[in-house]
Design a protein around this ligand. Structure first.
Ligand SMILES: [Cu+2]
Length: 507
């Protein structure tokens, strides 16, 4: 097991970041490891989760970093705060009725009972067959799928509110493979923060979260006393099979009669790309005097990363073509090392990785075109991209149409980034940078690259260590859509990676 503190910067403490074989070897059964780190200059909602294989399906929770007493929220103090954790279950609701009713935020007690299929078996079977893995059986809100025809007696999660108050909802998408729309019937939500970075407040009736993303919204209880449905429903950006269930929960105004009907939310259609685009388009960094947007303006490394799918030969695969689906960045399918990359970097152990990750595709092509090449093979390698301390980086994350285009939520460890531009089709290096927002772009740690389009991000490499960049759809990470940056030490007194702790697990 390893645990990742998703979005915590881990300044100089990469040993506590958690991705298995990137910054540490897994903690073995019966062993222990203390994650020791300091949270500085960050506040907001994040999540922690297991970061090995598919174990984060059951092992995850919220991290709430409260603001400094001297520096309150940049919006009116809410009456109350609530955490809403959206996740998914590979389980049969009927068989698990009792566990759903007994839900407590203590996954270890229920981990054995939640699953009809063991998630490890799900991905192992997919990797052996070469095909896509089975999808989950239910999405949930705070552990409950809500009432379902196959899950009678399930009222779901209930949020009881007082009228004429403002609530801060901290919403987290902890699902493995589904981007989720979130909605509350008859209410607008005022978005104030994403990925623990404040944004310019804006009102919307629907928000969208990719796996790994968090969103804080203000909910003002300005509607008639009644019960209102909450929905978490999938956003489907490509022709793949997904878990198409909707999780439901209820906002109940105090004083609502027990027999009152629930006012239903009209959840967006699964393919509601315009709603998804309108939401992401509305996100702007707060960029106030207290929270300025420190967007790098001069760029040392301008990178173009194509992200998508490919095929690999698989003589043992159980399909007729003897192929398996893989995923890649710049046509490199990442091969997991056997010892942790951070260890190899710190102690100078050779033969574990190379630092020749390609800055751009070997040859330009029509990345998002529907025309498929004859050869969909990728290269295999444990290749990293090296950055000098404090260098500035722009990465254009370019989705491809290889096999088919799909939305990829890309997560960077060790640094937040600014999303300075996005578009559909192929990134145009002559025209598109003219439209970049270098004033108040949204700052975050996970960004959904639109299906058949691109996103440009910028960050400063001011955190020495090895930092994972990967798709947060776990299926794509399993298939190899991942790489890492190695950031060298600086020369100043606080610009070096600290030595590893004594209890760091060994491979
Ligand atoms: Cu992906």
């Amino acid at each position: 097991m390893t645990i990742h503190w998703h979005g915590i910067r881990q300044l100089r403490t990469g040993w506590a970041d958690g991705p298995a074989y990137i910054t540490q070897c897994p903690v073995q059964p019966g062993e222990s490891y203390v994650y020791n780190f300091t949270v500085s200059e960050q506040r907001g909602t994040l999540l922690w989760h297991a970061h090995i294989l598919w174990l984060r399906a059951t092992i995850h929770g919220a991290i709430i970093v409260l603001p400094n007493h001297a520096q309150p929220y940049p919006f009116p103090k809410p009456h109350k705060e609530e955490v809403l954790l959206l996740d998914m279950r590979y389980s049969c609701c009927l068989e698990l009725n009792s566990s759903f009713n007994d839900y407590k935020p203590d996954y270890s007690k229920y981990a054995g009972e939640w699953w009809k299929s063991d998630v490890e078996a799900v991905i192992d079977e997919a990797m052996a067959s070469g095909n896509a893995p089975n999808v989950s059986d239910a999405h949930t809100i705070n552990g409950h799928p809500g009432p379902r025809s196959d899950c009678l007696g399930q009222g779901g999660y209930k949020l009881v509110v007082m009228p004429a108050k403002t609530y801060l909802l901290r919403i987290i998408n902890a699902a493995l493979n589904t981007e989720l729309f979130f909605k509350i019937a008859a209410h607008n939500l005022t978005v104030v923060e994403v990925d623990a970075a404040y944004v310019k407040p804006f009102a919307t009736d629907t928000i969208l979260l990719a796996p790994g993303q968090t969103t804080n919204v203000l909910l003002t209880t300005d509607q008639p006393t009644a019960r209102y449905q909450i929905t978490a429903s999938p956003f489907k950006s490509s022709p793949v099979t997904i878990d198409n269930t909707t999780a439901t929960a209820t906002v109940i105004y105090a004083g609502t009669s027990a027999s009152a009907a629930t006012i239903l939310a009209d959840r967006p259609p699964q393919n509601a790309t315009p709603i998804a685009a309108a939401f992401t388009q509305s996100l702007r960094g707060l960029n106030s005097a207290a929270y300025p947007s420190r967007v790098p303006l001069r760029i040392d490394h301008s990178l173009l990363f194509t992200i998508g799918l490919g095929l690999a030969d698989c003589p043992g695969c159980a399909n007729s073509l003897r192929l398996r689906v893989v995923a890649d960045i710049n046509n490199v399918t990442f091969v997991m090392p056997r010892i942790a990359l951070l260890n190899a970097h710190f102690f100078g152990i050779g033969g574990v990785f190379t630092d020749d990750f390609p800055a751009r595709p070997a040859a330009p092509y029509d990345y998002t075109g529907a025309k498929q090449p004859e050869n969909l093979r990728t290269m295999m390698g444990t290749r990293l991209y090296r950055l000098a301390y404090n260098s500035t980086v722009q990465v254009v994350l370019q989705g491809t149409g290889m096999l088919f285009p799909e939305n990829h939520p890309i997560h960077l460890h060790g640094s937040n980034f600014f999303a300075v531009g996005k578009g559909l089709g192929n990134f145009n290096p002559d025209k598109d940078p003219k439209g970049f927002n270098l004033v108040d772009p949204v700052e975050r740690n996970t960004i959904a690259v639109p299906s058949g389009g691109w996103v440009a991000i910028r960050f400063r490499a001011d955190n020495p260590g090895v930092w994972f960049l990967h798709c947060h759809l776990e299926v794509h990470t399993s298939w190899g859509l991942k790489m890492a940056f190695v950031v060298d030490n600086g020369k100043g007194p606080n610009e070096s990676l600290l030595p590893p702790p004594n209890d760091l697990p060994k491979c």
